[in-house]
Design a protein around this ligand. Structure first.
Ligand SMILES: *Cc1c(COP(=O)(O)O)cnc(C)c1O
Length: 379
């Protein structure tokens, strides 16, 4: 089955008692049993819930995986992966990681004895150099946030297999419509469902997908034991959101391309970061592993003044100044003071998150209006 068909049909069935085509919101904590241990597959909604179950099957299908698990947030999904590890285990990750991932690694898990190495993952050699006998997880984010760096997933899979490590990929930016890490050798895919999968800026949720039976067992054990599950209502909203994922992402890509080219030619702009440019250092890798380049774009202003960046974001009228991304509406953000404020200045600047860096999540409005909005704010 192709993507659009799976997005709409995978995991869902008409309700058996009424024929309702939409999966009902099973707003229930528990399930009546006919006799002790004699139930219909559901005992308690932390462990499993029919609405969540339909969504988990749907997300697994669109990522070409066997097992899906949904969590209360993207970070709760990341939390689950790290809990598979033991004290003394080492993780290799990228040095321009999403700020929240960096924070949970450094401030939560380091004190439980997990060791994190942050390297330039665009160079396979720097990942290889960081491998030790304790390396248990390679954590990839691609495209990265907010610098739009591209990491070669297939190359990371080779390194992971050679070192006996799990390869996990944060696929939030690309979405399963543009990139499927499991097909490229990853063991686990992670999503902040909050972003493109939900797509309407009305839900916070995370998901994991794997085809590995052993990893799936661990993920479900931790999901149930730690309990950071997602609610039935939210599961319903995301099931609805995913039905249009392919259409939305097509439009995000079209608008993204137009805006990237507009910005590239603007006299006030220094650099534009978007993997669709042939001049992007890893454009070839992006072309190889992605089916489109998405609507996430970052840029810097000439002169690199903090105040210029703050003034620009403030002047936008259609682009809303807000954290998050991936919704139908366009958002603009200032990473240094917003999403990446928890990363020390010297660390963030080394990876390119300078004071004038501005990040766009290009929505699915009309591109001409979005370009006019940018024109005004930059004038
Ligand atoms: C937002 C985001 C997360 C965290 O997800 P939440 O749903 O906010 O917890 C992780 N990775 C990336 C790339 C993100 O954009």
């Amino acid at each position: 089955m192709k993507f659009g068909t799976k997005a709409i049909h995978a995991g869902v069935h008409p309700d058996e008692s009424t024929g309702a085509i939409m999966t009902p919101i099973y707003q229930t904590s528990t399930y009546v049993q006919d006799g002790v241990g004699n139930h219909k597959g559901y005992e308690y909604s932390r462990t499993q819930n029919p609405t969540r179950h339909a969504l988990e099957k749907n997300i697994a299908a669109i990522e070409n995986g066997k097992y899906g698990a949904c969590f209360a947030s993207g970070l709760a999904a990341i939390d689950c992966i790290i809990k598979i590890l033991n004290p003394g285990d080492e993780v290799i990750s990228t040095n321009d990681l999403y700020g929240g991932s960096y924070r949970i690694f450094k401030t939560i898990f380091e004190k439980y004895g997990i060791v994190f190495h942050f390297v330039d993952m665009q160079k396979v050699s720097s990942v290889e150099a960081a491998v030790t006998k304790n390396t248990k997880l390679i954590w990839v984010e691609t495209p990265t946030n907010p610098m739009m760096n591209i990491v070669d997933i297939a190359a990371m899979s080779t390194v992971a297999k050679r070192s006996g490590a799990i390869l996990a990929v944060d696929n939030t930016f690309a979405t399963p419509f543009l990139q499927n890490p499991l097909d490229l050798g990853a063991d686990i895919v992670m999503h902040s469902v909050t972003k493109y999968l939900g797509g309407h800026s009305d839900v916070v949720m995370g998901a994991l997908v794997t085809s590995n039976d052993e990893l799936a067992k661990e993920i479900y054990r931790i999901q149930n034991s730690s309990g950071a599950v997602t609610a039935p209502m939210d599961s319903f909203l995301v099931l609805r959101g995913i039905k249009t994922l392919h259409l939305r992402v097509q439009r995000h890509c079209e608008n993204g391309e137009k805006i990237a080219h507009f910005l590239e030619n603007h006299p006030k702009i220094e650099n534009v970061y978007w993997p669709g440019f042939e001049t992007h250092p890893n454009h070839e890798v992006a072309k190889k592993q992605m089916r489109g380049f998405g609507g996430m774009i970052s840029f810097t202003l000439k002169g690199n003044q903090l105040q210029d960046a703050l003034d620009t974001v403030k002047k936008m009228k259609i682009f809303a100044l807000a954290e998050s991304l991936g919704g139908v509406e366009s958002l603009i953000g200032h990473p240094a003071t917003m999403t990446h404020a928890s990363i020390p200045k010297d660390v963030r600047e080394k990876s390119g998150v300078v004071d004038s860096l501005i990040r766009l999540s290009v929505g699915i409005e009309d591109a001409d209006d979005l370009i006019d909005d940018l024109k005004n704010a930059l004038s």
